[in-house]
Design a binder for this molecule. Structure first.
Ligand code: FAD
Ligand code: NAP
Length: 303
């Protein structure tokens, strides 16, 4: 029986673990992939205070080791089912059922798919969701980036370290990325923009050779020749295991109060998985700390 079970080992879950274990709670983090979550796919982080510029895997390693050093237990596996009402709460991980007196949902989010012909067929053969992982494969080649938010612009800039050109295809006539990223992209000679356009098809056999795009204003179409397509059109929450739960909003994000509590007593949420105006490492970590301390208070009152 754990005092606190945390689902997800990204910055939210790792920080919740740190605070939970330091409050002497018997704490476990359950993670289906690598510690660090989305940070593992980020080459350079320059807005997490106190560490200057740091590579995502390095910051992940620090957070992971710090959590382990205070006694957090690490369990590998995918959470497929939960029973969160009442006491104890149960979490199914493979064939194992874990019992805990409180739970923090910190399972984050993952890339949204374009859902156009060619995307699935050419995944790994020119279609990518991770410039950090795959950028080097496109050295001196031409690539397309889809999207207009922070991820598309930041990763587009990153890709210029390798590629000949980046064409950012965006369905509006302006970007929503942070101004500092926009400035850098507009000043980068390797980056071109195609506005008001959507990707209708990704072409190529056996590898990507181009994308068919349609201008949403005049309905004209054209094929942009390219060797790679990097898709950065946002994320969706990892909450399949909570399907149908009343704590989810219409998009599948967990609804929380400012103290990270949900409508179910003893159940908290932190980070990208919850309804929040900011999805960043620093906010995920802050959420995790609040959630763990609220779990501690909940457990004190339970006794
Ligand atoms: P996540 O990092 O998504 O971690 C959730 C974890 O839960 C994952 O490890 C996942 O495997 C696990 N999980 C999910 N479902 C289950 C399950 N059923 N069972 C077990 N485990 C599960 N933010 C910044 O502040 N600065 C940046 O420079 C920055 N750059 C970014 C660049 C990119 C390309 C991306 C995609 C994001 C970037 N962000 C950046 C955003 C930042 O990475 C996220 O806000 C942050 O990682 C969210 O942390 P989290 O712990 O809430 O979720
Ligand atoms: P986002 O902010 O949701 O932006 C998604 C982009 O994709 C928008 O431009 C959106 O256009 C477009 N889009 C959505 N669906 C589309 C579709 N079907 N076809 C074409 N375009 C589509 O997502 P994000 O950029 O991945 O950022 C996610 C979070 O991570 C944000 O909170 C962001 O701040 C954070 N992040 C931070 C950093 C950093 O701080 N350096 C870096 C990366 C990410 P519309 O505007 O038309 O909807």
């Amino acid at each position: 029986m754990y005092d606190l079970a945390i689902i997800g080992g990204g910055p939210a879950g790792l920080t919740a673990g740190l605070y939970g274990a330091r409050a002497n709670l018997k704490t476990v983090i359950i993670e289906r992939g690598l510690y660090g979550g989305q940070m593992q796919n980020t080459l350079e982080i320059e807005n997490y205070p106190g560490v200057g510029r740091v590579e995502g895997p390095e910051l992940s390693e620090h957070m992971y080791q710090q959590a382990l050093s205070v006694g957090v237990e690490w369990k590998m596996g995918e959470v497929t089912e939960v029973e969160l009402t009442g006491q104890p709460k149960t979490i199914t991980v493979g064939r194992e059922v874990i019992q805990a007196r409180s739970v923090i949902i910190a399972s984050g989010a993952q890339p949204r798919k374009l859902q156009v012909p060619g995307e699935e067929e050419l995944a790994g053969r020119g279609v990518s969701y991770c410039a950090t992982c795959d950028g080097a494969f496109y050295t001196d080649l031409d690539v397309v980036v889809v999207g207009g938010g922070d991820s598309a612009v930041e990763e587009g800039i990153f890709l210029t370290n390798y590629v000949n050109s980046v064409t950012i295809v965006h369905r509006r006539d302006k970007l929503s990325a942070q101004p500092i990223l926009q400035d850098r992209a507009f000043k980068n000679e390797k980056i071109k923009f195609v506005w008001d356009s959507v990707v209708e098809r990704i072409e190529g056999d056996p590898k990507v050779s181009g994308v068919l795009i349609r201008n949403v204003k005049d309905d004209t179409t054209q094929v942009l020749p390219c060797s790679g397509v990097f898709i950065y059109i946002g994320f969706f929450p990892n909450t399949d295991y909570l399907k149908g739960s009343p704590i989810l909003d219409e998009y599948g994000y967990v609804i929380t109060k400012p103290d990270m509590s949900t409508a179910i007593p003893g159940v908290f949420a932190a980070g990208d998985v919850r309804t929040t105006p900011l999805r960043q490492i620093v906010s995920a970590a802050g959420d995790g700390a609040i959630a763990a301390m609220e779990a501690y208070r909940y457990l004190e009152n339970l006794e």
